[in-house]
Structures are given as structure tokens and as C-alpha cells.
Design a binder for this molecule. Structure first.
Ligand code: SF4
Length: 231
């Protein structure tokens, strides 16, 4: 499930070209949804901070599907409040994904990294591969890479300290192609160093039809989940 204590963002690299959050935010604004009245402008939503306390069962939560928590316009004070909520809800796993690797590393020492917070960076091609080094240097206990939409090869990645790799091709009206050799190479890199590998989709205009079979099988590996031991 998703939890959006902030909304809005701005584009930083090629992976943002067909940003789903931007399209959805504009659509929700047009529909008159109050939370999106400023469309894709960065906004903090303090009222959303109460939501995780109301969930009865343990959940895997994707934080900020409509934004980037480490965007320069999100105040450090608010990032700390979001982390406090995650710290106080060790029964849930919170997955936080960013393309703002520099800000992440700048502020990571001021945040409390309980076991239930999984931190990831997006890497769509070699131009932004350095994001992995920034993530590696944070205190996050579970670290993951979202290689999606994969738009270039990523040979010889340094996966030291990385727990999980997700790969996916772009979908939508005008998707950029993903070469199967890039995916096979990444799967082999993960296998070599025993990093969990999850293949999400081939993508394309008809992502359902194209499916998610690689090497004649699906890949659904995940890091081990540690719950209720964080605080
Ligand atoms: S960082 Fe994410 S949310 Fe922000 S513009 Fe890029 S793809 Fe969209």
C-alpha cells in the first residue's frame, strides 16, 4: 500500500521523463481532490502523519508514491516527523525511494534508522549510478535499488551493502525500450553476490501482455522482513 505524507516533486533525471506521479497529480487536481489542489507543487501534509497508527495489520508501505521525501522543498523538520511515525510503527515495513541521493546523505545522520525502514535509490542508467554510493554510505539498515524504468545497461555495479534490486521496464504510451540483455546481466550480478532480485515487468505499451517472465520463470525475491524489533 502507499502512504503520501508529502505530494509534488520536480524532475531531476531521465527516469523522471514520464513521471506517473505528475500525471496522476494533475488528474486528481482536475477531479477536485483537495490534497492535490496545487497539482504537482511540493506540499507537506501533516494530517497524513496519523494514518499509519490506524492500520490494524502489519503492512508493507511504499512511502511517497506521489513525491520524493528528500526533495529540497520538503523541510528537514517534516522529514524528521515522517521518520518518527515510521519509528513508532515497527509493525509495518516502510519503503522509501529517492532520486535525491545528495540530500539523503546530507541529512541521514539526523534521522533514526529503525529496522522497519528500507531505503532505496532509483537508478535508470549509468549517468546516475553514483546514487548507489550515496545510499551505501547512509545508516539505513536495509538498502535497495529501483532500476526502473531501466533505460540503459548497468554492467559491473558495486552491490556491496545492497540488500535488494528491483528491475522494471517502462510502460505507458511512449515507453523507452529495455534490452533483455541488460536485465539478464543485472540478474547475474545479483546472483553472483547473493543480492535479492525482483523482476517487476518488461513494460511496453501492453505491460500485461508482456508480463514478467525472465529465464522461463518469475523472480520475486525480497530481503528478510524484520518486524516489531525496531524500538
Ligand atoms: S523524482 Fe520521482 S516523483 Fe519526482 S519527478 Fe522524478 S519520477 Fe516523478
Amino acid at each position: 500500500m502507499t502512504w503520501n505524507p508529502t505530494t509534488g516533486c520536480s524532475k531531476v533525471s531521465q527516469g523522471c521523463k514520464h513521471c506517473y506521479a505528475e500525471i496522476m497529480s494533475n488528474r486528481l487536481q482536475a477531479m477536485g481532490v483537495e490534497k492535490y489542489r496545487d497539482a504537482f507543487e511540493v506540499r507537506e501534509h501533516p494530517e497524513a502523519l496519523k494514518i499509519p497508527y490506524t492500520w490494524k495489520k502489519s503492512k508493507i508501505v511504499f512511502v511517497n508514491s506521489m513525491s520524493d521525501l528528500f526533495h529540497e522543498k520538503v523541510s528537514l523538520e517534516f522529514i524528521k516527523r515522517v521518520f518518527k511515525v515510521m519509528n513508532e510503527n515497527p509493525q509495518h515495513v516502510f519503503q522509501v525511494l529517492t532520486k535525491r541521493h545528495e540530500r539523503l546523505l546530507d541529512v541521514h545522520n539526523e534521522l533514526k534508522w529503525t529496522h522497519n525502514i528500507w531505503m532505496g535509490v532509483s537508478v535508470e542508467d549509468q549517468k546516475v549510478e553514483h546514487r548507489i554510493d550515496y545510499l551505501r554510505n547512509t545508516k539505513s539498515r536495509t538498502k535497495f535499488l529501483s532500476l526502473e524504468p531501466l533505460i540503459g545497461p548497468l554492467p559491473n555495479m558495486n552491490l556491496e551493502g545492497i540488500d535488494w534490486v528491483i528491475v522494471g521496464g517502462e510502460s505507458g504510451h511512449n515507453p523507452r525500450p529495455m534490452n533483455p540483455d541488460w536485465v539478464l546481466d543485472i540478474q547475474e550480478q545479483c546472483e553472483r553476490v547473493d543480492v535479492a532480485f525482483f523482476f517487476k515487468q518488461w513494460g511496453g505499451r501492453n505491460k500485461k501482455k508482456n508480463g514478467r517472465i525472465l529465464n522461463g520463470r518469475t523472480y520475486d525475491e525480497m530481503p528478510e522482513i524484520e518486524l516489531q524489533r525496531s524500538v
